[in-house]
Design a protein around this ligand. Structure first.
Ligand code: SAM
Ligand code: SF4
Ligand code: SF4
Length: 346
């Protein structure tokens, strides 16, 4: 069995892809379903009542996820993020958290839209979750509801953030996708609100994930413009990344009171440092957010493969990896077939 510990030989033969990038992070989508219909992710015109979501038997079980997670950790993964769809919609997801939290040496986090966080924060903390990231695109209900597509009020997300804070699922990162013409006016109110809160607000450039959000370059608010907007009122200064390959560029407020981040995946691509693998809710391994196809690990799991065989399959996929979509993005790549983000997890 491939466990968390490496032999000296395995450590020396560190798993690298064709561009020399190690496998460090694993994002696990625990469901493809969501109770929101964010227009940049699952537009309601497409993800309506008849959308063919995965059936229960197609989803990996918690035991299958744990087994894969341990194999990935044996190959060098140090950080696991549970995501989706909306991960808190997966029934008893805290049991999965408990199973994963027992794996030695991993940093375990979860990204949520916050809608169920007020109910779940305590159980997640008790299960061993370290931190959460919460998505929130505006503090104004008319802007937020226009973006989440289901009239979900800001206040309930803020209650979720408070609940997570109360049980110390921190530092809490607040993710705000910025889309031109929709929520630019929310940039400063969000910065003011979370300044001095202890939470880290992160602005995310709107990306051309999937094939359903009708992405156009003109709708992207570049990170440089976001920083200028905040800096004009609340002066900022850049700070060093926490670790090599950190996705968000960090800035702190010159007057103190915390830091913010920008994730400039469109205007300042960071593929060179991308160490992330993604496991879809039905058990396929994707090596890029913009991939069209994944490698079916569920078939191996359910076909009786042992851990060594599964590990070998992952090594083969990773060592052939050459993805760098964001570096080669162009008007031609935008229309290429890509998996939906809600399926493989953001
Ligand atoms: N439902 C959870 C949530 O919204 O936090 C987790 C899954 S969601 C796919 C993960 C992250 O991806 C969220 O922060 C979301 O805002 C971000 N996201 C989704 N679509 C995006 C897009 N087109 N561009 C940039 N970020 C996007
Ligand atoms: Fe759901 Fe998250 Fe996608 Fe919004 S971004 S539709 S909350 S999965
Ligand atoms: Fe990683 Fe693909 Fe994003 Fe580049 S485009 S940073 S390879 S997920």
């Amino acid at each position: 069995m491939v466990g968390a510990a490496c032999t000296p030989l395995e450590s020396a033969l560190k798993l690298l892809d064709t561009l020399g990038r190690p496998l460090h992070d694993l994002r696990i989508s625990v469901t493809d379903r969501c109770n929101f219909r964010c227009d940049y992710c699952m537009p309601k015109e497409v993800f309506g009542r008849d959308y063919p979501f995965l059936k229960r038997e197609q989803l990996l079980t918690f035991e299958e996820i744990e087994r894969l997670a341990r194999i990935f950790v044996g190959l060098g993964v140090e950080k696991i993020r549970l995501t989706g769809g909306e991960p808190l919609l997966r029934r008893e997801v805290e049991l999965l958290v408990e199973m994963l939290a027992r794996i030695p040496g991993i940093d375990l986090t979860l990204t949520t839209n916050g809608s169920l966080l007020a109910h779940k924060a305590h159980a997640l903390k008790d299960a061993g979750l370290k931190r959460v990231s919460v998505s929130l695109d505006s503090l104004e209900d008319d802007v937020f509801t226009a973006m989440n597509g289901v009239d979900f009020p800001v206040e309930l997300v803020l209650k979720g953030i408070e609940a997570a804070n109360a049980v110390s699922l921190k530092p809490i990162k607040i993710n705000m996708v910025v889309k031109r013409g929709l929520n630019e006016s929310s940039l400063l109110p969000m910065a003011r609100h979370f300044h001095h809160s202890g939470h880290i607000l992160r602005f995310i450039e709107y990306m051309d994930v999937g094939n359903t959000n009708g992405w156009e370059l003109k709708d992207v608010v570049p990170a440089a413009e976001i920083i200028e907007t905040i800096h004009a009122e609340l002066p900022l200064e850049p700070i060093e990344p926490n670790y090599h390959g950190e996705v968000a560029k960090r800035y702190r407020y010159q007057v103190g009171g915390g830091e913010i981040g920008v994730i400039a995946s469109v205007t300042q691509a960071f593929c060179g440092d991308c160490t992330r693998a993604r496991l879809s809710a039905d058990g396929s391994l994707y090596t890029c957010l913009f991939a069209a196809n994944g490698f079916d690990l569920r078939e191996l799991l359910r076909g009786g493969a042992n851990d060594r065989e599964i590990s070998h399959a992952i090594v083969t996929v990773w060592s052939q990896r050459d993805d760098r979509y964001s570096e080669i993005r162009s008007s031609e790549t935008v229309g290429l077939p890509k998996v939906e983000m809600s399926f493989i997890g953001g």
